[in-house]
Write a protein that binds this ligand. Sequence first.
Ligand SMILES: Nc1ncnc2c1ncn2[C@@H]1O[C@H](COP(=O)(O)OP(=O)(O)OP(=O)(O)O)[C@@H](O)[C@H]1O
Ligand SMILES: [Mg+2]
Length: 426
Amino acid sequence: MTDTQERYVCGLDVGTTKVCAVVGRVDVADALAITGVGLVPSRGMERGVVVDRQMAIECIREAIRKAQGDTGLRIVSVYVGVTGAHISSVNVRGRAYITGAQVTAADVEQAVASAQDSVPLTTDRRIIHSVVRDFAVDGERGIRRPLGMVGRQLDVNLHVVTGRGSIVDNVLKCVEEAGVQPREQVLEPQATAVAVLTDAEQRLGCVLVDIGGGTTDVSVFADGSICLTSAIAVAGNHVTMDLAKVLRVAPEEAERVKREYGHAIAEEVPEDEEVEVTVVGTDAKELVPRRLIAEILQARMEEIFAGVAERLTAERLWSLAPAGVVISGGGASLPGAARLATMALRGLPARLGSPRDLAGEMALVELPMFATGVGLARIAAVDEAWCTKRGGGSVAQKTTAATRGALARVREKVLEAWHRFRAQRQ
Ligand SMILES: Nc1ncnc2c1ncn2[C@@H]1O[C@H](COP(=O)(O)OP(=O)(O)OP(=O)(O)O)[C@@H](O)[C@H]1O
Ligand SMILES: [Mg+2]
C-alpha cells in the first residue's frame, strides 16, 4: 500500500477538561491502528458549551497539530462528539405503508421520517441524531434489516436524541475556524459505547456512565441498541472543587491530590494514612487524613450515581441492564469507583470501561478518558470518512452530504457495520 492509499480517520472530543484528537490508520484488514493523539487541556469549553470562542479554537487547532505529529499528514476533517446537559432523548414509533412488493430504502426513510415527525421540537431544540432500535414488518417485531422483505406495513422503533441547536453549532463553528471540517457529529455516548462496550453487553442490556469533567453522560443499551441518552451536570470537576474547598487548596492541587491519593470508598482507605497538601495562597503544608479526602470524594461520587439511579427510575429502565454498569470517562479512573457504582445502583455489577480491541500505539489511548475520542475515530472508519491530506493531494475525500444538514441522519448503518466488523474479527 503506498502512502497516498493509506486511509486515516480522526475523532475529535472537545471536552470540558481536555480537547483530544485521535488519529487512526485503517489497514487492509479494516482494523483501526491508533497512530497519533493530540491532547490539550481544554480552555473555552464548559459542559459541552463554548464559553470563549477564541480559546476553544486555539485548543482545537493545537490538538489537531499534535495528533498530526511529524508524520507529514494533514488532517482536513474530523468526526466531532456532541454532548451536554441540553441533550435529551425519546423513543418514538413511525410507520410507512410498503408501496411495492417488498420493503425499499424509500419505505425505510418514510417510516423513520414519520417517527421523527412525532418528536416535539421547540425553536432552538432540534434532532441531533436518531438510531433505529428495530423494525416490524406487518407487526412482526425485532427485525434489524427490513430491506427486501415482503409485507404491507413497516413500523420503526426509533431512539431520537434532541439538543439545543445553537450550542451544537457553536462547537462546530469553532472546529471549522480551527481549520478542519467537522464532517459528522456523533453523540458522545454512542462513540464511547463503540469504544468500550462488548456486543454481548449491548445485546443483553447495560448502563454506560461516562464521568467526564463537566457532565456525566448516562446511556442505556438493550437488544443491541441505545434506548436512553441523558446527561447529568455533575462530574469529575465538581469532585475536585469539593476537595479544593474543604481542604482550602488550589483546584490544581486538589486535582493532584485526587489523582494521587483519591479513593471513592472511604472505608477502604487505612485510617492512619496522611497526605501533605499545600494551602491555597501560601507555601504552607498541611497534613490531611487520606480517609477524609476519600470521604469528600465519596460524597460527590455518590451524588453522581444517585443521579444515574434517578434517570433509570424515571425511565423505568432498571430491568434492562442485566449486563450491569460500565463506567468510563476520566472520572471513572478514581479507584473504587466501579465498586461504589455497584453499591449505589442496586447491586448491579459494574466494571471500568477503557477502549478495547486497540491496535497500534495502544498505550497512547488505553485510559477511560480516551474512550470517546477512540469511538469517534472508529465510527469515522466505518463510515470510510478518510480525513487526511499528504503533500498536495487530498486522499479519498468521500463526498457525503455536508455537516449540519446531516445532523438528523440515521446512524444505524454505522453501528451495524461496526458489529459486522467485530463479528468478523472474533
Ligand atoms: N486518575 C484519576 N482519578 C480520578 N479522577 C480522574 C483521574 N484522571 C482523570 N480524572 C478526572 O476526570 C475528569 C475528566 O474526564 P474526561 O477527560 O473524560 O472529561 P472531558 O471529556 O474533558 O469532560 P466532559 O465529557 O464533561 O466534557 C476530571 O474531572 C479529572 O479530574
Ligand atoms: Mg468527555
